[in-house]
Design a protein around this ligand. Structure first.
Ligand code: 5RP
Length: 145
């Protein structure tokens, strides 16, 4: 998959995240502190990665800041984006299954390298539920403005 990745700092699991996605065969589109020529503020780089998803330049995105909250809020401002802040694999699986989330938000501070592996396993293997009730909820959240 083409995965846009944004981080406002090169610290925490930022570098590990890029390496891990690349190792798994994904094409990473880096933003923020992950490349030299970009604005590294969390609101701007998370939005840039989210716009890649909304505009079809990326299949998914992972947006990171120290807490993960700002990056998830910024990404969710982009129409068509459903960003989920996940700190464990169960939440990542549920975000894909019940929310059809297309952007994973992570805390650079909280997520360790082993935990990142578990979260990515669940997120990348996850798929949206086809249950009518779940689809109705997902459609409704897309309509709320
Ligand atoms: O978690 C964050 C936002 O939700 C930021 O990473 C945190 O606020 C640090 O940002 P800055 O280095 O610009 O002060």
């Amino acid at each position: 998959m083409r995965i846009a990745v944004a981080a406002d700092s090169p610290d925490g699991i930022a570098a590990v995240l890029v390496d891990e996605l690349t190792r798994r065969g994904h094409q990473v589109r880096p933003y923020g502190a992950l490349r030299a020529d970009d604005r590294a503020d969390w609101a701007w780089c998370a939005e840039a990665a989210a716009r890649d998803v909304a505009d079809g330049r990326a299949d998914q995105a992972v947006v990171c800041c120290w807490t993960g909250t700002g990056a998830s809020i910024a990404a969710n401002k982009v129409p068509g984006v459903r960003a989920a802040l996940c700190a464990d694999a169960y939440t990542a699986d549920g975000a894909r299954r019940w929310n059809d989330a297309n952007v994973l938000a992570l805390s650079l501070r909280v997520v360790s390298a082993p935990l990142l592996g578990e979260i990515l396993d669940a997120w990348l293997a996850g798929a949206p539920s086809a249950e009518p009730e779940d689809r109705a909820n997902i459609a409704h959240t897309g309509e709320i403005r």
